[in-house]
Design a protein around this ligand. Structure first.
Ligand code: ATP
Ligand code: MG
Length: 365
């Protein structure tokens, strides 16, 4: 067990259970910080948190060997980023999705409850396929079934609260439908999970990468400011944000003003936007203000990251401890599912009959 940062959750089990997490497709960035991580840090105080590192979900669009070989680095950096931001491994259970095989079993059972046409209607899956350059007719069973696997993650933890971005709301609806159909068909077992959606609009990317300005900051678009970027890199990325004629006509939507809203607050951002439009504030001055505010947020995260990195092996240990705990929870849920559906009685009936036959023949089985 880790000593510096013990990782077995000690919080009261009476708190509502929460499940959230990320696909390990790259290190986390400022969009994650303001869109989900700060919320996780706040929620950990009154929720029992399960934080998934969803490597199976990564395989839905990145199944190649070289893509799998990139996973260990991304998995570790995603956990390290969250610890550095302030998620406490004593309160939260970090776990590796593929390390919990009971979830695959549960996903198969839940697949029986979701019509294929229901999944085909989900727009986010088509967007993921497009982002991965997969034509519609190359959609795999795995990608189509993504929300069902996600339902298995949520239901295996019997989580009732699922903080997600708006793009994931439909997936949580599928998890709720799975829970509700299961409860109706076989008996009350699952709480109906509720999405806790972040309403704030997505942080745009910086003006790097192939997509130009305006796109959401995204690991896969090359337009992200990463939480582990050093101060000089952060500053140089933020200085790519411009303010052109389109921005002048609608300064509220300018990427530079969105950054100001996220890091300086609504009022200061509105003033800065007006100043940029009228010319009383220079773009360089706006950059300076935003960089200073971002640094105030990132400096303690960087310092904490360095402390954690100095404790060699700590991240791996936290993830292993958490995955073992997630396995126990998942095995417990799967046992109840099999019992409730009648699959366990089917198996134990066969075993009992076989043992009885062996006994009658006076031969041990
Ligand atoms: P990928 O490029 O692999 O899709 P990403 O950088 O877009 O990665 P996701 O893993 O898709 O990040 O995002 C997970 C969650 O993080 C989102 O549902 C949302 O809650 C939050 N998030 C991601 N990017 C942003 C952003 N730019 N602004 C605000 N929140 C974000
Ligand atoms: Mg994304």
């Amino acid at each position: 067990m880790a000593t510096a940062t013990p990782s077995s959750p000690t919080e009261s089990r009476a708190q509502p259970r929460l499940l959230t997490g990320d696909r390990p497709t790259g290190p986390l960035h400022l969009g994650h910080l303001v869109g989900s991580l700060e919320n996780r840090v706040a929620l950990q105080h009154d929720h029992e948190c399960f934080i998934i590192v969803a490597d199976l979900h990564t395989l839905t669009t990145r199944p190649r060997r070289d893509q799998i070989e990139a996973l260990p680095g991304f998995v570790r950096s995603i956990v390290l980023d969250q610890l550095a931001v302030g998620i406490d491994p004593q309160r939260a259970t970090f776990y590796l999705q593929s390390g919990v095989p009971a979830v695959y079993d549960l996903a198969i059972l839940l697949q029986m409850l979701v019509p294929k046409t229901r999944l085909e209607q989900i727009g986010s899956l088509r967007s993921m396929a497009r982002a991965a350059a997969l034509p519609d007719d190359a959609m795999t069973m795995g990608l189509l079934g993504y929300p069902v696997l996600q339902a298995a993650d949520i239901l295996m933890a019997r989580a009732s609260v699922v903080p997600v971005g708006a793009d994931n709301e439909e997936h949580i609806a599928i998890a709720r439908e799975c829970a509700s159909v299961f409860n109706e068909l076989y008996g009350e077992l699952f709480p109906l999970p509720q999405a806790r959606t972040t309403r704030s609009s997505a942080l745009p990317g910086v003006e790097l990468g192939p997509v130009g300005s305006g796109a959401k900051m995204s690991k896969s678009l090359g337009n992200a400011v990463y939480l582990d970027d050093d101060a000089a890199t952060v500053a140089s990325k933020i200085r790519t944000l411009g303010f052109d004629d389109v921005d002048r006509r609608n300064e509220h939507d300018a990427a530079i003003v969105s950054f100001a809203r996220a890091f300086l607050g609504d009022d200061e951002a509105a003033g800065l936007g007006r100043g940029l439009r009228s010319g009383s504030t220079s773009v360089a001055a706006a950059h300076d203000a935003i960089i200073a505010a971002v640094e105030t947020r990132l400096a303690p995260i960087r310092a904490r990251r360095r402390e954690l990195e100095a404790q060699t092996g700590l991240v791996d240990e936290i993830l292993v401890d958490g995955t073992i705990r997630a396995r126990e929870v998942a095995n417990g849920t799967l046992a109840r599912v099999r019992e409730t559906m009648g699959l366990e009685p089917l198996w134990s009936g066969l075993v009992a009959a076989t043992e009885a036959r062996a006994k009658a023949r006076r031969k041990p089985y």
